[in-house]
Structure formats: C-alpha cells, structure tokens
Design a binder for this molecule. Structure first.
Ligand code: KG4
Ligand code: ZN
Length: 332
C-alpha cells in the first residue's frame, strides 16, 4: 500500500509543508520563506521567525493539501523536524504536527533536519549504500559514512564555524545582502582568485575548520579600508569560495582513498553552489565515484526532504510519542 507522509519543516526561516509518497514522490510542496524580512536585519531574528511561522503555518498546510488534492485523512503519518534549529521556530512545527496527529489519529515521526538534507538526495535519485555523505549547511559541516538507511558513522565535523555561516559572514563584510551564500557565488563568478588566503590547518583528520579563513577575509577587508585601498570584491569572493570548497575536497578525497567507498551525496544549503558541484564532480570523476546532489529546490530548507527522511522510519515503525520536543542542537 502506498505511504503518504505529511511533512512539516520550520527549523529556521522557511515554513514548509509537503506531501510525499513512498519517500520519493513529491505530491505537493509549499515553502513560505521569511528571507526578505530577515534580510532587513542582516540575518535571522529568532523571535520574528517563530512569530512568522505561527502566522503562516495554517495557510501553508491548506495550500499543500489543496495542491495535492488530498485530505489529512488520507495521510499515513505526520512527520516533523524536531532538531536541530531555532527552538521557537521548531516548536511551531512540532505543535502543529502533534495537533494534526492527535486529531486525525495518525502516527507522529520526529525527523532530524540534517538527516532530512541527506534524504533530499533520495527524491529524484536513489541513494545506494555504503556511501559518503557531506553535510554543508548554515549550521553544520560534517562528513559521514552511511552503511545503510539510518546507519551513520561520523568521520569528522567542523571544529569551529560551519561553511554556510562562513559564506554568510564573508557576504556581510563584502556588503552583500542576506542570505550571503548565493550572493557570494554570484560575485565570485565575475572575479579571479587573486587573493592569497590561508588554507585551513592541514591536519590528518576528517575535521574541518572555517574560522581562520573567515577571520582572514574580515581582516583583509578592514585593513584595506584603514589604508584607504580599494578591495576587488569579486576577486576576494572568488578566492574565498575557492579556499572554502578546497577544504571540502581535501577531506572527501581522503575519505575516497581511505574508505574505498565510491559514492558521495552532498546535503544542505551550500550544495546549491555551482562551483562546489563542478569541483565535486571533477573529484568524483577522478575516483570513478558516483555523485548525488539534490536538485536546487531540495538543496535548501524544505519539507519534502523531511518526508523522504521520515519514510524509512515509517517502514521500521519508529514513531515518536507526544513528548517529542524541540532541540536547538542535534548532530547525527
Ligand atoms: O541548509 P540550509 O538551507 O539551512 C540550514 O540548515 O542551515 O543552508 C543555508 C546556508 C546559508 O548559510 C546559505 O548562505 C548557504 O546555505 N547557501 C549557499 C548557497 N545557497 C545557500 N552557500 C553558497 N552558495 C550558494 N549558492
Ligand atoms: Zn537546512
């Protein structure tokens, strides 16, 4: 029998609800973005985010059902992101999910947002195991081995800033609007990598580090301002992007060599970056490895990925009870 999951995502600044069939087919997906509001403040303001989720969620639900031409009665389960994210934002989605589950007597499935990003790769393609999973989002940078559905072995993670956070800070110091990542990428396309920025520490682990690179860019901009020198913003964006992605490539290459695994999936907002895609494709070609990256719509936050990640839990009967609570932290 077909499994229809109603999935809710509200961990940051997108209120999103999707109906996903059998973990793969997106029947409907609605995303109400708060981006323009937060851009006024240069970043996400948590109090505003949770209020806007509260205002939007009922309409988003109605629209998702209308687009699918389905009713809640037809759903097999209600899935919701419960960690990691902004606590107040997560709570709006969780309360909505609990209410629907209780009223319609449906099982509730709590989903980890990062696992959601990984399973976005299972929507238009098929994830095969074992595989390497690289998470590159606003709050996380992690490299994992997945032996099977929900079987994770973490190889390494960032010791300080996440790569997306670093893109956003660099964007800010270059005077670009929030969210920074896409704007840095756009600017980098028009420049050349002429600035000599430090490579993150070359240690022999799978951990990442981005705070040194971030500080180097900030210092360079400040020092130039003090000296009255003009910064070539497009060249600096290009140089930064190249060093930031290089750090990812080094660790993935090490994992290809040491694990012998020939599959790589990339997950999280920064996977929307075209330069990252090109460079990872070259690396995968070199090692004869298969690369999966979600299509653009599923790279950044959306509820379809939560429906995809909830499906294996549904099959295993791993349901949450009504004590499900929001958590700001939540590694894999
Ligand atoms: O996964 P995501 O939508 O939210 C989190 O779970 O954090 O990721 C958001 C991050 C932001 O830091 C944003 O600047 C970055 O992804 N991002 C990009 C691009 N698109 C989004 N970074 C670089 N290049 C992009 N094209
Ligand atoms: Zn995300």
């Amino acid at each position: 029998m077909d499994v229809f999951i109603l999935a809710i995502e509200s961990s940051c600044d997108e209120t999103s609800i999707a109906i996903v069939k059998n973990g793969k087919e997106v029947i409907s997906l609605v995303i109400a973005s708060q981006m323009d509001t937060h851009a006024l403040y240069g970043g996400v303001v948590p109090e505003i985010a949770s209020r806007m989720h509260t205002e939007a969620i009922t309409m988003v639900l109605d629209e998702a059902l209308k687009k699918a031409n389905m009713t809640i009665d037809e759903m097999s389960a209600i899935a919701v992101t419960y960690k990691p994210g902004l606590t107040g934002s997560l709570m709006v989605g969780i309360e909505a999910a609990k209410t629907i589950a209780l009223m319609y007597d449906k099982p509730l499935i709590g989903v980890n947002h990062l696992i959601g990003h990984i399973y976005a790769n299972n929507i238009d393609d098929k994830m095969e195991f074992p595989m390497l999973a690289l998470i590159v989002s606003g709050g996380h940078t992690e490299l994992l081995v997945m032996e099977d559905d929900y079987k994770f072995l973490k190889l390494g993670e960032t010791l300080d800033d996440a790569i997306g956070e670093c893109f956003d800070k660099v964007a800010r110091v270059l005077g670009l609007k929030y969210p920074g990542g896409p704007n840095v990428e756009r600017l980098a396309k028009t420049g050349n990598c002429t600035y000599d920025l430090p490579q993150p520490v070359m240690d022999n682990t799978y951990n990442f580090s981005y705070s040194g690179l971030k500080s180097a860019v900030i210092n360079l901009v400040h020092n130039s301002k003090q000296r009255g020198e003009e910064i070539r913003k497009c060249d600096l964006a290009c140089s930064f992007q190249s060093v930031a992605i290089d750090e990812l490539k080094r660790k993935v290459e090490k994992a290809f060599l040491e694990t012998g695994i020939k599959r790589l999936v990339i997950a999280g907002g920064v996977s929307a970056n075209g330069y990252l895609k090109e460079e990872m494709q070259k690396l995968c070609d070199k090692y004869d490895a298969k690369l999966l990256i979600p299509k653009l719509l599923y790279c950044t936050d959306n509820a379809a990925m939560i429906g995809a990640a909830a499906y294996p839990l549904y099959l295993k009967g791993e349901f949450s009870d009504f004590s499900l609570n929001a958590s700001s932290v939540g590694d894999i």
